[in-house]
Design a protein around this ligand. Structure first.
Ligand SMILES: [Zn+2]
Length: 334
């Protein structure tokens, strides 16, 4: 499988291919981009191309080296993730020491660091030393979806490749190849641009289940029936603040898409271009219960709430305040 067959990001593919053809390989690179760009596959493909037994400037995907790199069992390509919230000091010490050893069987030794923004300042400083004096055969690829989380001194020593969100036609093509039918593809490609970060790991059924849960929350919110219970229940079930924020972010994104559709349907009931086409009938019904002004107010409030929850410690208090402010009759009906 050649590099050109990787999913999306053609510009990056040609940059990587030209590195390989000209044999000018940067010692340290940052692959920065949204989750759906699948930067890990690109990093693996590049590692395979540098160690493939059959091809010179590309990878075959079927030789012993390619297969072992894919499985993560190739001794000279190390894929690391933070142990816990951050990379542990011992992990960085290991890389620093290992950096001086020659490759065991491969041509190049590669270190791929997932979530590299999770290097603490101390770790980054230790890590900087090897970025300054890398061994000739070694290559570091730092993966991140949060480029700002990396120290400027680290960034300035790396070649930064910025990945983009895949385009809608690319997403559709990918989903059809994965076996989804056209109806599913329409729903997913509509939703994905706005809110699906891990498109490649997407599970259609679980997404549909999530949307159905989100629709229940929205329904209660708009009809002002028992929304406190639902949101607070969600909060207490999620276990940790971090999990709740993740869940809530997803909830806000999905609800915003539903709200956007309700606005469109309020203006034109027959509109066929709404995002949640499979919920059309329910959304038309709901649109009777809310004005455009209130919808806009709700979208804005939910975004503010999400921002405040991320900043503030007491999500429960913020949730209650949000519900109170929304159910208060301060917004005039149109
Ligand atoms: Zn190969």
């Amino acid at each position: 499988m050649p590099i050109t067959d990787l999913f999306s990001n053609n510009r990056i593919k040609s940059i990587l291919s030209s590195y390989l053809k000209n044999d000018i390989i940067p010692h340290s690179m940052i692959f920065s981009g949204p989750g759906s760009a699948d930067i890990l596959s690109f990093a693996k493909a590049f590692s395979k191309s540098l160690n493939c037994l059959s091809l010179k400037d590309d990878f075959c995907g079927i030789c012993k080296n390619c297969l072992n790199i894919e499985k993560g069992t190739f001794p000279d390509v190390k894929i690391l993730s933070p142990e816990g919230q951050y990379y542990k000091k011992a992990q960085v010490t290991y890389i620093v020491e290992d950096n001086f050893r020659r490759p065991l069987i491969g041509k190049r030794k590669m270190y791929i660091l997932k979530d590299s923004h999770k290097l603490s300042e101390n770790s980054s400083n230790a890590f900087l030393k090897i970025l300054e004096e890398p061994a000739a055969s070694n290559i570091f690829i730092l993966l991140t979806n949060n480029l700002n989380g990396l120290l400027p001194t680290v960034k300035s020593r790396c070649q930064i490749l910025n990945f983009q969100y895949p385009s809608k036609p690319e997403i559709s093509k990918y989903l059809i190849k994965k076996g989804y039918n056209q109806d599913m593809v329409n729903i997913l490609s509509n939703l994905s641009g706005a809110n699906i970060d891990n498109l490649l790991e997407l599970d259609f059924n679980s997404l549909m289940q999530k949307r159905s849960n989100v629709f229940t929350v929205l329904n209660k919110l708009i009809r002002k029936r028992g929304v406190e219970d639902v949101l607070l229940d969600l909060y207490s079930k999620s276990g940790s603040r971090e999990k709740f924020i993740d869940y809530f972010r997803e909830l806000v994104n999905l609800i915003s898409l539903f709200l956007r559709d309700i606005i469109v349907l309020k203006l034109d009931k027959e509109n066929k271009h709404i995002l949640n086409i499979d919920y059309k009938e329910e959304l038309v019904n709901l649109s009777e219960y809310i004005t455009v002004n209130k919808l806009l107010f709700l979208i804005e409030k939910m975004e503010i709430l999400l921002r405040d929850i991320k900043r503030n410690l007491n999500a429960r208090v913020l949730l209650l305040e949000f519900i109170r402010s929304y159910t208060k009759r301060e917004i005039e009906d149109v």
